[in-house]
Design a protein. Structure first.
Length: 126
């Protein structure tokens, strides 16, 4: 008898389950992945994966060299990098990059300060 099966006999049949596909379930009798946990998980080490999917609320200390794709809003005190692929940027401080390209109409509320050369083309009503 495996250790997982021994733990399952402790009186709660869904403590740990191992199925014939080598999927392990904690808190479930029917694990759908290699590790399927129903309930909260606390990890005091590093999680490494080639892909993350799902939702992350109150995530902190995230770093990596891969892409972050979201259909929602990413809020941060700062974004670092050259910013060449940022779209939909709303900032309350600096957008640090060589250039910030805006496609469409831009509205500035308040003062506009330019610390260098202003170049414009195809301008009307100046």
């Amino acid at each position: 008898m495996t250790r997982a099966r021994e733990l399952a006999r402790l009186g709660n049949t869904n403590v740990i389950t191992a199925d014939s596909n080598f999927n392990v379930g904690i808190g479930t009798l029917t694990p759908n992945s290699k590790l399927d946990v129903i309930g909260d998980v606390e990890i005091a080490g590093v999680i490494t994966a080639t892909t993350f999917s799902g939702t992350a609320t109150a995530a902190s200390g995230l770093s990596g060299s891969a892409s972050v794709n979201t259909t929602g809003i990413i809020t941060a005190g700062s974004f670092y990098g050259d910013g060449q692929n940022l779209t939909g940027v709303a900032a309350t401080d600096y957008v640090v990059a060589n250039t910030l390209k805006v496609l469409g109409v831009s509205t500035f509320v308040g003062d506009v300060s330019i610390g260098g050369t202003l170049t414009y083309e195809d301008v009307t009503n100046v």
